[in-house]
Design a protein. Structure first.
Lengths: 175, 157
C-alpha cells in the first residue's frame, strides 16, 4: 500500500482509532498513557505505511499498538524491578548473588525449580540454562523474538533465584 | 488464573479478561503485551474478541495532533540529514586541508611576490565564507518555504 495518501491515512485513523486506543488502554490501564501510545502507534504506522499489508490494516495496527504498550510496560517495570544492565544480560553473566544461589543449589534441585516455573519462563530457562542453548537458538526453537527470549530469560532467572532462596530458607524445594 | 496455556499461548480467560476490561495485575499485562507483540494467533484471537465488545473512546482524539507530530518528525529527519551532510563536508575539508591538498588556495605567484601565509589564509577563508553564505541562503529559502506551507484540508473529519 505504498501509494497511501495523507487523506487515505486520515480515514484509517478515523476507522481504527478506537480499536488502537482500546488495546493500549486494556494493556496499560492508564488513560493518558493510552492516548499517547495511540498517537505513537499511528505515527509509527504513518512513517512505515509502505510496509502496511493491504487488507490486514486492522491486525497490523493492533500489532503496533501491542508493541507500543509492551515497551511502555517494560520500561515502567524495569525502572522498578531491574538493576541497570540486568535486563539484557546474556546467560552466565548474572549478578553474583544470582550465580551464587544457582551454584549453591544442586543440579537436580535447579532442574526441579526450572520445571516448577510457569509459562512463558519454563521452556526458555529449560533451553538456555539446562540445555545450554543460546538465546538465538531458543528463539528459533520456541518461535519467539530473540529480544523476548532475553527478557523472559532475565525475568525467569529472577523468579528462579527467588524460588531457590525461598526453598533454601524453608529447607524445601519444589517438585 | 493462569495467563498462559502449556503450549505457550495466552489462555482464553486472559484474553477475555483483557477484552472485557477486567483488572489484571501489571506483570500479567506485561507478559500478555510481550506475547501479543509477536504471536499472530493470539493477536487474532484478541482482536476477534474486541470485534464483539464495545470499544473505548479516547477523551482526546489524536487526529489533529498526529499531523503536527508527523510534520515535526519529518522536519527533524530533514534537518538531521542536512546536519550530517554538513558535518561530513566539514570533516572531509579538514582532512584535505590537513593533508595539504588544497592547492587551489595557492595562486601561481612569482617567488618575489609570494604572499604571507596569513594572506593566503584570509583569501581562502573569504572564499569559504562566500560559499557558506550561498549554501545557507539556499537552506533558508527551503525552510522559509516550509514555514509558509500549510497542509491541505483533512478529510475523514
Amino acid at each position: 500500500m505504498s501509494s497511501m495518501t495523507k487523506e487515505q491515512f486520515s480515514q484509517l485513523v478515523v476507522r481504527y482509532e478506537r480499536l488502537v486506543y482500546t488495546i493500549c488502554f486494556q494493556l496499560v490501564r492508564d488513560t493518558a498513557a493510552a492516548e499517547d501510545l495511540t498517537q505513537e502507534t499511528f505515527l509509527s504506522a504513518y512513517l512505515h505505511r509502505d510496509a502496511m499489508p493491504e487488507g490486514y490494516e486492522r491486525q497490523w495496527l493492533a500489532r503496533i499498538a501491542a508493541n507500543k504498550a509492551r515497551d511502555h510496560l517494560q520500561s515502567a517495570w524495569n525502572r522498578r524491578t531491574v538493576l541497570p544492565g540486568d535486563e539484557e544480560m546474556p546467560p552466565g553473566l548474572a549478578p553474583p548473588a544470582e550465580e551464587e544461589a544457582l551454584r549453591r543449589a544442586r543440579a537436580a534441585e535447579i532442574t526441579a525449580a526450572i520445571e516448577g516455573l510457569r509459562e512463558p519462563y519454563r521452556p526458555v530457562c529449560r533451553l538456555c540454562l539446562l540445555e545450554e542453548k543460546s538465546p538465538e537458538e531458543a528463539a528459533l526453537a520456541l518461535g519467539r523474538p530473540v529480544k523476548t527470549i532475553h527478557t523472559q530469560l532475565s525475568r525467569g532467572k529472577r523468579l528462579l533465584r527467588e524460588q531457590l532462596e525461598r526453598s533454601e530458607a524453608h529447607g524445601t524445594l519444589p517438585h | 488464573m493462569e495467563p498462559f496455556r502449556t503450549d505457550g499461548h495466552l489462555t482464553d480467560e486472559t484474553l477475555a479478561a483483557l477484552a472485557r476490561g477486567r483488572e489484571l495485575d501489571e506483570l500479567t499485562r506485561l507478559e500478555a503485551a510481550e506475547h501479543l507483540a509477536f504471536c499472530d494467533a493470539c493477536l487474532q484471537r484478541y482482536t476477534d474478541l474486541l470485534a464483539t465488545a464495545p470499544l473505548l473512546v479516547p477523551a482526546h482524539s489524536c487526529r489533529e495532533s498526529l499531523w503536527v507530530r508527523v510534520r515535526r518528525r519529518t522536519l527533524r529527519l530533514v534537518t538531521s540529514r542536512y546536519a550530517t551532510a554538513a558535518a561530513a563536508v566539514a570533516l572531509a575539508l579538514t582532512v584535505v586541508w590537513g593533508s595539504g591538498r588544497l592547492d587551489f588556495v595557492r595562486l601561481p605567484i612569482p617567488p618575489e611576490d609570494r604572499p604571507s601565509v596569513s594572506e593566503g589564509l584570509q583569501r581562502w577563508s573569504a572564499r569559504w565564507s562566500d560559499s557558506l553564505d550561498s549554501a545557507m541562503s539556499g537552506f533558508n529559502d527551503f525552510f522559509s518555504g516550509l514555514g509558509r506551507w500549510t497542509p491541505p484540508p483533512q478529510g475523514g473529519n
